[in-house]
Design a protein around this ligand. Structure first.
Ligand SMILES: *Cc1c(COP(=O)(O)O)cnc(C)c1O
Length: 363
C-alpha cells in the first residue's frame, strides 16, 4: 500500500536528531518557555523574513490570538474564504465576530480580490487569506483592497511553510500570520504546536502576553490572557525539522512537477502549473466528477487518497446558522476534490506507479 501519508516514515530520516533533541530537553530540566522556544522563534522569524515569531499551542490558537490582539469591536465583519479548513473560522465566531464567506478563485481555489471586494461593507475590519494546499493567494490585489478600505490582513499560513509570493515568504504578506505545526504539516512537530509571525512590534507584544496568562513577569498579569504556549520539547523538535524544511519542500515540488507533466486523464482536473516552485504542495489536490469510483479504483490498486475536505465549513452542523448560504463553487469543490499521495518520503518508483495507475483509470 502507498499510504497518503505515514508520519512514522516521514520522521524516520530525522530520528537520531529528534532523539538527541528530546534528550537535550530532558536533561535541561526546563520544559516551558525557555531556550528551545526562544531559539525556534528566532529561527522561524528569520526563515519567514519577519521581525517576530511567538510560539503558541497550535494553529487554531495562533489565529485566535491574532484576533484577540487586534481587538475588533463585537459584530465586526471578517472576510474569510468559504473553501478552507474550519479552524480558519472557529476563532472568529468564538470572539463574537462575523465571518463573511467568499467563494474561491475558480482556477486556484484560493481567496482572491474579485470575490472579496463586493463583500466589503462599513462593518468590515479584516480579510483572512488562507494559502490553501501550500499555494500563496494572489496577494498584490488583496493588499490593494486592504489599503483602499483600511482593513487588516491576516494570513492563515498553516499549509504554506516556505511558500513564496513575489520573493516574499508566506507569513510576511500581511499584518500577522498564523502557522500550525501539526504533525502532518510541511513543518510538523511531534504533537500540537503553532506560531504567530508579524512585523508589528505592538501586536507581537500583545500576543506574547496573551499566550502566557497576560504575564511577562511571573505572577504579574497585565491583561486577561490564556495559556497557549509552545513547549520546549516541541520547539526542540521543530528546530530539527526547520533545518530540513527547504529540502523537504524541494522534494515536494519535484514530485508535483512530475504529476503535472505526466498525469494525463480526461476526467481529472489538475491544479494550475504556473507556480510549481513557489507553491510548497502541502497537498496535491485534483478534481474528479466521479470521486468515489476513482478513489475506490486507486484503493484497489493500493494507492491511498484523502479528501481535503468532504464538508464545507458553512455546511457543518457546527455552523447550522450559515447553512442557508449559497456558495456553489465551494460546495462543488467539496464534492469533487481528493488529494494524491505527495510527501517527502514518496519514492520516484512509487510516483511512477501512481502516475501509470491514474493514466490507466477507467473512471
Ligand atoms: C491545520 C490547519 C489549521 C489548524 O491548525 P491546528 O494546529 O490543527 O490547530 C488551521 N488552518 C488551516 C488551513 C489548517 O490546514
Amino acid at each position: 500500500m502507498i499510504p497518503h501519508l505515514d508520519l512514522r516514515q516521514v520522521n524516520q530520516p530525522y530520528a537520531e536528531a529528534l532523539q538527541a533533541a528530546a534528550c537535550r530537553v530532558l536533561s535541561s530540566g526546563w520544559f516551558v518557555l525557555g531556550h528551545e522556544v526562544e531559539a525556534f522563534e528566532t529561527g522561524f522569524a528569520a526563515y519567514c523574513g519577519v521581525k517576530h515569531c511567538i510560539g503558541v499551542g497550535n494553529g487554531l490558537e495562533a489565529i485566535h490570538l491574532i484576533f484577540k490582539a487586534m481587538n475588533f469591536p463585537e459584530g465586526s465583519e471578517i472576510i474569510v474564504p468559504a473553501n478552507t479548513y474550519i479552524a480558519t473560522i472557529l476563532p472568529i465566531t468564538a470572539l463574537g465576530l462575523t465571518p463573511v464567506w467568499a467563494e474561491p478563485d475558480p482556477r486556484t481555489y484560493t481567496l482572491a480580490a474579485p470575490q472579496i471586494e463586493p463583500l466589503i461593507t462599513e462593518k468590515t475590519r479584516a480579510i483572512v487569506v488562507v494559502h490553501l494546499y501550500g499555494r500563496c493567494c494572489d496577494m498584490a490585489p488583496i493588499e490593494e483592497l486592504a489599503r483602499k478600505y483600511n482593513l487588516k490582513l491576516i494570513e492563515d499560513a498553516a499549509q504554506a511553510h516556505g511558500a513564496t509570493y513575489q520573493n516574499r515568504k508566506a507569513g510576511n504578506l500581511s499584518d500577522a500570520a498564523a502557522f500550525s505545526f501539526y504533525p502532518t504539516k510541511n513543518l510538523g512537530a511531534l504533537g500540537d504546536a503553532g506560531g504567530v509571525v508579524t512585523n508589528d512590534d505592538e501586536l507581537a507584544h500583545q500576543v506574547r502576553l496573551l499566550r502566557n496568562y497576560g504575564s511577562e513577569q511571573k505572577y504579574i498579569h497585565r491583561i486577561p490572557g490564556m495559556n497557549s504556549r509552545l513547549d520546549e520539547l516541541q520547539a526542540a523538535f521543530l528546530r530539527v525539522k526547520l533545518s530540513h524544511l527547504d529540502a523537504d519542500n524541494r522534494r515536494r515540488q519535484a514530485l508535483a512537477a512530475r504529476y503535472l507533466a505526466e498525469i494525463h486523464h480526461p476526467s481529472l482536473q489538475m491544479p494550475p502549473a504556473d507556480a510549481i516552485d513557489q507553491d510548497v504542495w502541502h497537498l496535491f489536490v485534483v478534481r474528479h466528477p466521479q470521486r468515489e469510483a476513482f478513489m475506490t479504483y486507486l484503493r484497489q490498486k493500493n494507492i491511498g487518497t484523502v479528501i481535503h475536505y468532504p464538508v464545507a465549513p458553512h455546511q457543518q452542523d457546527a455552523y447550522r446558522e450559515y447553512r442557508y448560504l449559497d456558495l456553489p463553487l465551494t460546495e462543488q469543490l467539496h464534492r469533487e476534490v481528493l488529494s494524491l499521495p505527495l510527501n517527502t518520503v514518496l519514492t520516484d518508483a512509487e510516483a511512477d506507479y501512481i502516475i501509470e495507475t491514474i493514466n490507466e483509470s477507467p473512471y
